[in-house]
Design a protein around this ligand. Structure first.
Ligand SMILES: Cc1cc2nc3c(=O)[nH]c(=O)nc-3n(C[C@H](O)[C@H](O)[C@H](O)COP(=O)(O)OP(=O)(O)OC[C@H]3O[C@@H](n4cnc5c(N)ncnc54)[C@H](O)[C@@H]3O)c2cc1C
Length: 304
């Protein structure tokens, strides 16, 4: 990063919607864990986004986009450079026939709710996923036999160095908890989804049933980042962890949930170090007992 006044220079150039220096990030994550960002910037237009990212790229300033922070573990030392947040104008949702066009910052639950209100089926699975549309497509989020891939038609993406590009569903390369965005560094701006006509009442009944199932099985009463590990081929991470006798295993204030072994919960005041140590202990133990090496699903971010 060039010069000690790089933050002032960036603010001057980008004129973002909102910004904060040395902002603790715990409050921006569902885990309630994470050290400070050197600079947190909220932008509200595509123009601000282009100016910010191209300035950072040119000046060698690291940047990272955070969605609703429900699939990340931010280290205790925080994040160097700029953490970028999309403002309210990126959260718009519009319905046209069987199509829903929504901005990246729109909460998935709100997109699902809007679809239900218009008698559109296909997003019931997403109504209990606490992320944003952008994070949902970046992760190809899924639950109960469905995933974002089933409903996405196309997306507009800001690709640093190229500008705004349109990608079809195929171009987004959506796979199990993966997408092209994880490899390209592109920022999803908005997406077009295609749903099917249905009865509002039965759509809502399905959403209610799935969310009741979630509440019964998942430790939603504690901060977490959802499932910590990806599903290994031919097995379930939660089951392997449970069979290894690790339910309830605790490091500091981080615990393998006694309710759902696939979740690590924050008992209150857990550090990222607690969670990372627990993740490594769980992986090692599961590997020794079963031969499966679990890969984290959550994104581990931040400086050492
Ligand atoms: C209680 C709980 C239950 C959950 N249940 C499920 C579930 O059933 N199924 C499931 O798949 N997940 C689940 N999750 C995980 C999480 O909600 C999803 O992965 C969600 O899609 C993440 O979205 P986000 O906006 O929070 O992303 P963040 O956590 O903010 O970011 C995750 C990654 O996406 C990137 N990103 C975010 N927005 C964009 C964008 N616009 N463009 C490019 N990159 C972007 C970030 O840079 C980061 O690398 C659960 C989490 C919790 C806490």
């Amino acid at each position: 990063m060039k010069g000690k006044n790089w933050r002032e220079a960036l603010i001057e150039r980008v004129k973002p919607y909102r910004f904060r220096y040395d902002e603790p990030l715990a409050g921006y994550t569902s885990f309630r864990i994470g050290g400070p960002a050197d600079l947190l910037v909220e932008i509200n237009t595509r123009d601000e986004l282009e100016r910010l990212v191209s300035h950072c790229e040119r000046e060698g300033i690291p940047w990272l986009l955070l969605g609703r922070g429900s699939n990340v573990l931010i280290k205790d030392q925080g994040l160097g450079g700029v953490v970028l947040h999309l403002g309210p104008d990126f959260g718009r949702i519009a319905v046209d026939g069987v199509h829903v066009r929504a901005g990246a910052a729109a909460p998935l639950a709100l997109v699902a709710e809007t679809a239900a209100r218009h008698g559109l089926s296909g997003l019931e699975f997403a109504s209990g996923i606490p992320g944003s549309l952008g994070g949902g497509i970046f992760m190809n989020a899924g639950a109960y036999g469905n995933e974002m891939k089933d409903v996405v038609v196309s997306a507009e993406v800001y690709q640093p160095g190229e500008g705004i590009i349109s990608l079809t569903k195929e171009g987004l390369e959506l796979g199990y908890r993966t997408s092209r965005l994880q490899r390209s560094g592109g920022i999803l701006l908005e997406a077009l989804l295609q749903l099917t006509p249905g009865e509002e009442e039965s759509i809502r009944a399905k959403m209610k049933a799935l969310n009741a199932k979630r509440r019964a099985k998942q430790p939603l009463e504690y901060p977490s980042a959802g499932s910590v590990f990806k599903r290994p081929e031919g097995a379930y991470a939660g089951r392997l962890i449970e069979e290894a006798g690790l339910k309830g295993k605790t490091v500091g204030k981080a615990q393998v949930s006694p309710k759902h072994a696939g979740f690590i919960i924050n008992l209150g005041g857990a550090t990222a170090r607690d969670v990372l140590t627990l993740i490594e202990e769980v992986r090692t133990e599961v590997y020794q007992r079963t031969g499966y090496w679990l890969e984290p699903e959550l994104r581990i971010l931040g400086r050492e």
